[in-house]
Write a protein that binds this ligand. Structure first.
Ligand SMILES: Nc1ncnc2c1ncn2[C@@H]1O[C@H](COP(=O)(O)OP(=O)(O)OP(=O)(O)O)[C@@H](O)[C@H]1O
Ligand SMILES: [Mg+2]
Length: 247
């Protein structure tokens, strides 16, 4: 089983879009996947059509009031979600033990091929809990200059985490919101390739309107526009992950 934290403290780079559509792509290939919404904003849950503020999940589990499995919703065939819940912000502001999620996940979901955790754009206690529980991290990077700038900050925090947790966390990068025709995007890609050889998943996720539209319908790209470039890209990305195909 893969336990992957989808992280980047920079906002709006495609963490939620990637967790959602990579997860559904794997599920559609027949691999059971569980998604954890670790962002108090609850965008992942909303993107799957789960809006009810009374539905709890990660919040009460992390606060120690309910088991993780009690929060599991079956959202699609082969796809389960543990929603954020209205009190995840409360959990975030508490000094949770950093191994709480790791302990909750232990011996759970062993029938799943992947557990994907959608992290908030911060480096607080929820992200630390995700990294302790994860066996690898997936970092979406958008194709703009500031993405590179943010990345050196992310790498510094990441190395600090690794030292503090005394644990090596293999890192995968995924290029998101990629505009092939823009020189800047290609420059960002080339620069990343020199810094992260063999760590960038082979398929860049191209900028596409359908990917931006689908969450407002509570649909993944495979339900909203199965023939779009966004669907193609996330299908390929799922293959990249399974077969470790990198640039
Ligand atoms: N490949 C893409 N093409 C077009 N729009 C995209 C693409 N990927 C993401 N978006 C849009 O960009 C916005 C930010 O994406 P998303 O919510 O996935 O980022 P995030 O990193 O999870 O943000 P946050 O840090 O706020 O949680 C959303 O409106 C999303 O629909
Ligand atoms: Mg998000």
């Amino acid at each position: 089983m893969l336990i992957i934290a989808v992280i980047n403290q920079k906002g709006g780079v495609g963490k939620t879009t990637t967790t959602l559509n990579l997860g559904h792509a794997l599920a559609l290939m027949g691999h059971p996947v569980t998604l954890l919404d670790l962002d108090p904003q609850g965008h992942l849950s909303a993107s799957l059509g789960v809006h009810d503020p009374h539905v709890s999940g990660m919040d009460v589990a992390l606060l120690g009031e309910q088991s993780l499995s009690d929060g599991v919703l079956s959202v699609r065939e082969n796809l389960q979600l543990i929603p954020a819940g209205a009190r995840l912000g409360e959990a975030e502001s508490k000094a949770l033990p950093r191994d709480r999620l790791h302990n909750l996940l232990k011996a759970q979901f062993s029938d799943q091929v992947a557990v994907l955790m959608d992290c908030p754009p911060s480096s607080g206690t929820l992200v630390v809990n995700a990294l302790v529980a994860a066996d690898s991290a997936l970092v979406p990077v958008s194709g703009d200059y500031l993405a590179l700038h943010g990345l050196s900050y992310l790498m510094a925090t990441f190395r600090n985490f690794e030292t503090a947790l005394a644990k090596k966390i293999p890192l995968w990068l995924v290029l998101t919101r990629y505009q092939q025709r823009r020189r800047l995007a290609r420059d960002v890609r080339d620069k990343l390739m020199t810094y992260f050889p063999n760590r960038i998943l082979a398929t860049p996720i191209r900028e596409s309107v359908a990917l931006a539209e689908s969450p407002s319908f509570g649909k993944t790209i495979f339900e909203y526009r199965p023939k779009s470039i966004g669907a193609d890209d996330y299908r390929q990305l799922a293959e990249d992950l399974l077969h470790r195909r990198t640039l």
